[in-house]
Write a protein that binds this ligand. Structure first.
Ligand code: SF4
Length: 694
C-alpha cells in the first residue's frame, strides 16, 4: 500500500458515494477522507459510509474458513484446502445424485460486476444449473420489469442525478432518501431552491416527506390507484401532451380508458388521499415545464409492483415527461451494485449484458465468449423467493454469496427452516451472518477496500472500487473462491481470480447487448471517474441520458400499458385489522450483517421498533416504549412501541434490519408479482398486541 489516499466508493448503497481511503498506523489501516471532486456526493457521506472501515477490523470478522464436520456438530476452523474441497464435494455429490438443478446458487446486489458475472457463469457452466437468482430480486425487480415493458430497456435512472435540481417538479414515490441515501437529499433541496416543486408519496411523514411542497399519504398498497387517479385528472383537465403521445408512444387509448375508470372520488376512498390533494398534485406536476417521477421500494415491493410502476410511467408518458431533457421516470435502486448486479448474469432469466437467457442469439453470443456449446446452457430458473422456498425440496444444496436471507427474505422464519433442511449449504461472507451460521462450510471473503472491482450506480455509471489494503491472512476474494471451486470441479480455465481479467471478458460478453460495456475499461473509469453505459466502443463517450431520440423498443416508441388497481394480496380483517409496512433506518443497512457490527451505528440505531399513531396506540392501550407483539398469518415479531403522528392511524411500520424476536420479515407476505416475482414486502395485515411482561 502507498501513503497516498486511494480514491474509491462506499461499500453500501446504490448512490456509490465517492470517498478516499488514507493509510493509518492504527486498525484497520485506513481511514475515510472526503472526496469533494466526485460529482455525485461532492464529499458528503452518511454515517454508514464514514464508518465503513470499522467492519474491516471488526473482532467478529471471519479470518479462517469454518467447516461443520458432523451433522448437527459445531462449525470448526479449517484450512482453505479442506473447506474448498468440502464445498466442491457437497455440490458435486448433490449434482451426481439428483441432477444439476438440485444445486442452487444465490447471489447479491452488493457483489461487484465481476463477481456477479463470474457467479452466473459458474452456475451455468460449472454446475450446469438453472437454479440461480439473487437478492436484488427483492430490491428493484418490479421497476426493472416496468422499465423494460415501457421503454424496452431498464436502467434505474435514464438521466444523471445532476438533472434532478434542474427539472420543474419531482414526484418521489415510496422513497425515504433522507434515511436511505442522505447525500442524495441535496438534489431535492436544490430542486426547491431553484424554484422546482417536490411531491412525496409515502404513508409516513418521513424526513424526506417533510421537505415536500405536497405530501400524499396513501394507504399502503394503493399507490397504483393513486397514479391512476392522477392520470384520470390529467385527462379530464386536458393536460395530456397530445403531440408527444401521438409521436413517441403506442397504446394510449387502452391506457387512457383504464385510467378513466378510476374516478378521483373512488381513488380517495381506496387510497385515503383527498381529492383536493390529487388535484393539487396534478396542478404542480403539469404546471411545471419539465418533471420526473422517481420510485423506490414503496410502490415496487408489492404483488402488483410492476403494474404500479407502470401506472407512474403512464403518467409520465401522458404528460410528455419522458425521453426529453430534464424529464423522465427513474428508479432509485437500493443496493450498492443493484444496477450492475442485475445486468451480468446472476439473475434467473438473464445472461451478461442484460441479455435474455431465452434469446437464441444471446445464448449463442455468450456461449462463444465462454467457449461452451449454447445448447448446453440451462434455461431460466426460479426467482429468488421461489428458489429459497424450494430449498430442501428439489433444490438440495446451495452456494450463497453476499446475502443474508435469514433476515432479509419475506416469511423469514419459513425460509430459515428451508435453509436448515438443505443437504448442503456453503456461504461466503465477511462475518458469521445469521445465514452463514446455518452453513456446512463458511468461506471468509475479502471486503470492498481489500479488492478491486467495478460497480454500476443507480445512474448507470460504471465505477471502480480500488484495493486500498491487503485482506487479512486467511481471507480470500470471492473471485478466488470461485476460481478454486471451478478448478476442483474440473474447469481449470475460464474463471480467473483477477478482477480486471474478468472485466475484460465481461466487456466481450456484454458487447452488442442492451447493457453494452464493451467500450469501458478500468483505465477509462479511473480517468473519467465513471462511464455511463451503454458504451459500445472505446471512443464512445458513454450515455448519461437515454431515450432522448428514441426509446429502446423495436419501433422507437414508448409503450403505454393499460393497468387497473387491484387490492393487496392480503387485506385487513377482524383478526388482522392493521396494515404493516417495512423499511430502513439511516444507521443500518439491509440485513445489518455489516452495520450491526459497527458500534457507532448500533448506538444510533440499536434495535427494531414498531412505529404507530397515537390514535392506534390509545385504542390498544399502548404507551411509548411498551413491548409490542406484531402478529401476521406468517409469524410474530416483538419490539418496543414508538408513537408518532407521522404515520397513518391504520398502519404500523417496522424496520427490517434485525434478527431474533424483532425480525420484521417474520411477518411479511411472500405473495409475488406475476411479472417481476417481487414479494409483497411493503404491505400485509397484522394485529398488534401489548406484550405483557412478567
Ligand atoms: Fe454509502 Fe449510500 Fe451512505 Fe453514500 S449514502 S455513504 S453510498 S451508504
Amino acid at each position: 500500500m502507498t501513503d497516498a489516499a486511494v480514491p474509491t466508493h462506499c461499500p453500501y448503497c446504490a448512490l456509490q458515494c465517492g470517498m478516499s481511503l488514507r493509510p493509518t498506523a492504527d486498525d484497520p489501516g485506513v481511514e475515510v477522507v472526503e472526496r469533494a471532486d466526485f460529482p455525485v456526493n461532492r464529499g458528503a457521506l452518511c454515517g454508514k459510509g464514514r464508518t465503513a472501515p470499522a467492519v474491516l477490523s471488526s473482532r467478529v470478522r471471519l479470518t479462517e474458513p469454518l467447516v461443520r464436520r458432523s451433522a448437527g456438530g459445531p462449525l470448526e476452523p479449517a484450512g482453505w484446502d479442506e473447506a474448498l474441497s468440502a464445498v466442491a464435494a457437497g455440490l458435486a455429490r448433490t449434482r451426481a445424485d439428483h441432477g444439476p438443478d438440485a444445486v442452487g446458487v444465490f447471489g447479491g446486489g452488493g457483489l461487484t460486476n465481476e463477481k456477479a458475472y463470474t457467479l452466473g457463469k459458474f452456475a451455468r457452466v460449472v454446475l450446469g444449473t438453472s437454479q440461480i437468482d439473487y437478492n436484488g430480486r427483492f430490491c428493484m425487480s418490479s421497476a426493472a420489469a416496468a422499465h423494460q415493458r415501457a421503454f424496452g430497456l431498464d436502467r434505474g435512472l435514464p438521466f444523471p442525478l445532476a438533472d434532478i435540481p434542474r427539472t420543474g417538479c419531482v414526484i418521489l414515490v415510496g422513497s425515504n432518501l433522507a434515511e436511505t441515501m442522505p447525500p442524495a437529499l441535496r438534489y431535492l433541496t436544490e430542486l426547491r431552491e431553484n424554484g422546482g416543486t417536490l411531491i412525496v408519496v409515502d404513508p409516513r411523514r418521513t424526513r424526506t416527506a417533510e421537505q415536500a411542497d405536497l405530501h400524499l399519504a396513501p394507504r399502503p398498497g394503493t399507490d397504483l390507484a393513486l397514479a391512476l387517479g392522477l392520470l384520470h385528472l390529467v385527462v379530464a383537465q386536458g393536460r395530456t401532451d397530445e403531440a408527444f403521445v401521438r409521436e413517441r408512444t403506442t397504446g394510449w387509448p387502452e391506457a387512457r380508458a383504464a385510467a378513466m375508470a378510476h374516478w378521483p372520488e373512488h381513488v380517495e376512498r381506496v387510497t385515503g388521499v383527498p381529492v383536493p390533494q390529487l388535484r393539487e398534485a396534478v396542478r404542480l406536476f403539469c404546471d411545471a415545464p419539465t418533471g420526473m417521477v422517481l420510485t423506490a421500494r414503496g410502490p415496487e415491493q408489492q404483488s402488483k409492483g410492476t403494474d404500479t410502476v407502470g401506472a407512474w410511467i403512464n403518467l409520465c408518458l401522458a404528460t410528455g415527461r419522458a425521453g426529453r431533457p430534464l424529464s423522465g421516470y427513474g428508479c432509485l435502486t437500493g443496493q450498492g451494485n443493484g444496477q450492475g448486479g442485475r445486468e451480468h448474469g446472476q439473475k434467473a432469466d438473464q445472461l451478461p449484458g442484460y441479455r435474455k437467457l431465452t434469446d437464441p442469439a444471446a445464448r449463442e453470443h455468450v456461449a462463444r465468449v465462454w467457449g461452451v456449446d449454447p445448447d448446453a446452457l440451462p434455461g431460466p430458473g426460479r426467482s429468488a423467493y421461489e428458489l429459497l422456498d424450494a430449498l430442501g425440496g428439489d433444490v438440495k444444496a446451495l452456494l450463497l454469496m453476499g446475502s443474508n436471507p435469514v433476515v432479509s427474505a419475506p416469511r423469514a422464519a419459513h425460509i430459515e427452516g428451508r435453509l436448515r433442511s438443505l443437504d448442503f449449504l456453503a456461504v461466503a461472507d465477511v462475518v458469521l451472518s445469521e445465514t452463514a451460521a446455518l452453513a456446512d462450510v463458511v468461506l471468509p471473503v475479502a471486503q470492498w477496500a481489500e479488492e478491486t472491482g467495478t460497480t454500476t450506480s443507480l445512474e448507470g455509471r460504471v465505477l471502480l472500487r480500488r484495493r486500498a489494503l491487503s485482506p487479512p491472512a486467511g481471507v480470500r476474494s470471492d473471485l478466488r473462491v470461485l476460481h478454486g471451486l471451478a478448478e476442483l470441479l474440473g474447469h481449470e480455465k475460464g474463471f480467473p481470480a483477477d478482477p480486471e481479467e474478468v472485466f475484460e471478458e465481461l466487456r466481450r460478453a456484454s458487447e452488442g447487448g442492451p447493457a453494452d460495456y464493451s467500450g469501458i475499461t478500468y483505465r477509462r473509469i479511473a480517468a473519467e471517474d465513471g462511464v455511463f453505459w451503454p458504451c459500445p466502443g472505446e471512443s464512445h463517450p458513454g450515455t448519461p441520458r437515454l431515450f432522448l431520440d428514441r426509446f429502446a423498443t423495436d419501433d422507437g416508441r414508448a409503450r403505454f400499458v393499460p393497468v387497473v388497481h387491484r387490492p393487496a394480496a392480503e387485506e385487513t380483517d377482524a383478526e388482522y385489522p392493521v396494515l404493516l409496512t417495512t423499511g430502513r433506518v439511516v444507521s443500518q443497512y439491509q440485513s445489518g450483517a455489516q452495520t450491526r457490527r459497527v458500534d457507532e451505528l448500533n448506538a444510533a440505531a440499536p434495535g427494531p421498533f414498531v412505529e404507530l399513531h397515537p390514535r392506534l396506540a390509545e385504542r390498544l392501550g399502548v404507551a411509548e416504549g411498551d413491548r409490542l407483539a406484531v402478529v401476521s398469518r406468517r409469524g410474530r415479531a416483538v419490539a418496543p412501541a414508538r408513537i408518532t403522528t407521522a404515520i397513518r392511524a391504520d398502519t404500523v411500520f417496522m424496520p427490517f434490519h434485525w434478527p431474533g424476536e424483532g425480525r420484521a420479515n417474520n411477518l411479511t407476505n411472500p405473495a409475488l408479482d406475476p411479472t417481476s416475482r417481487m414479494p409483497e414486502f411493503k404491505v400485509c395485515a397484522v394485529r398488534v398486541e401489548r406484550e405483557e411482561t412478567l
